[in-house]
Design a protein around this ligand. Structure first.
Ligand SMILES: [Zn+2]
Length: 310
């Protein structure tokens, strides 16, 4: 099937008590690792591209790699999504350039400006058969160009007004997840504000909610990175059981990026440590790609619950 929007995926996920994984893609091995896992697990998938990914790999390369994945994985729905588009122009560029979904992130802007541009993006996107995710509240942490010191939790009191005024199709909210591999301080108990999620879903019935910054930073991966020469002390993520819980309700899309980065880095570091004479990139990118596939398979089955839902 050709690239799809997330409309059908979210409808099924909302009523099916699971979430669809949104994984960031930056190169061929990542695209292949993710989509091979999804094809094997019969899972719908959202491949997402950040502004940083476009700067790194170039829009055309990314589009063509995702198109190749669509051909290679004919049994699963694949959406191509812009992650954290921070302007109308960037969103328009991706809509014109073949994306099936875009995020307009105006969460750092004053509310009225966020509303105004999100509506412009939604109007333009809908006229082109593309769907829009927006964000209210702000996540802490760093990811590519997106950076904030502290959480500002989503205020459930404004979500209805925002969705009505803008016409967006899904909403990312801040309930304590955060970008990057250092989500909590050592000794700090990981917590998510499920009360906010509950209140938002009560005010927006049947409306798909998105969680960003939802890597779990598996400690065996961190240990492997550190064992083979890395330096990632105190990397901590969101416990997987909390995400599984969120996926049962209104959360239809869960963004996972850091765990894939971590899996690749651990695999490459291990390979270099055990095979110091290797210099053919295929020798270490092959285990890296396999590590992406294994990580994604685990997320589909044990966290998102979207295996078998394609
Ligand atoms: Zn994000």
């Amino acid at each position: 099937m050709p690239l799809v929007s997330t409309t059908e995926m979210f409808k099924k996920a909302y009523h099916g008590g699971y979430a669809v994984g949104a994984f960031n893609v930056n190169n061929m091995e990542i695209v292949q690792g993710i989509t091979e896992a999804c094809q094997e697990q019969k899972a719908p998938v959202i491949l997402q591209v950040s502004k940083g990914a476009r700067a790194y790999a170039n829009h055309t390369y990314l589009i063509k790699m995702v198109e190749a994945a669509v051909i290679e994985c004919p049994d699963i729905p694949i959406a191509l999504h812009l992650d954290h588009g921070n302007s109308f122009e960037l969103c328009k560029d991706c809509i014109d350039g073949g994306f099936s979904s875009v995020m307009f992130d105006g969460s750092a802007m004053p509310y009225e400006e966020n509303v105004k541009i999100a509506k412009m993006v939604a109007d333009y996107a809908h006229a082109h058969g593309v769907v829009v995710e927006a964000e209210l509240g702000q996540l802490a942490g760093v990811e590519d160009d997106v950076c904030a010191e502290e959480h500002s939790y989503t205020d459930p009191a404004v979500v209805q007004d925002f969705v009505e005024k803008t016409g967006v199709d899904s909403l990312a909210i801040a309930i304590g997840t955060s970008h990057g591999a250092y989500k909590f301080k050592p000794g700090q108990k990981p917590q998510l504000r499920f009360d906010i999620l509950e209140e938002v879903s009560r005010r927006l019935p049947e409306f798909p909610i998105v969680l960003h910054g939802s890597s779990s930073v598996p400690q065996d991966m961190v240990a492997k990175v550190n064992k083979y020469g890395g330096a990632m002390p105190d990397a901590i993520g969101i416990p997987e059981e909390m995400l599984r819980e969120a996926a049962k309700g209104a959360v239809c899309k869960i963004n996972i990026d850091s765990d894939i980065r971590l899996a690749i880095t651990a695999a490459v570091r291990e390979h270099f440590a055990l095979h110091p004479a290797d210099f053919d990139p295929r020798q270490y990118l092959k285990p890296a790609r396999q590590a992406v596939k294994d990580m994604v398979s685990h997320k589909l089955v044990d966290v998102l619950g979207c295996n078998g839902k394609a």
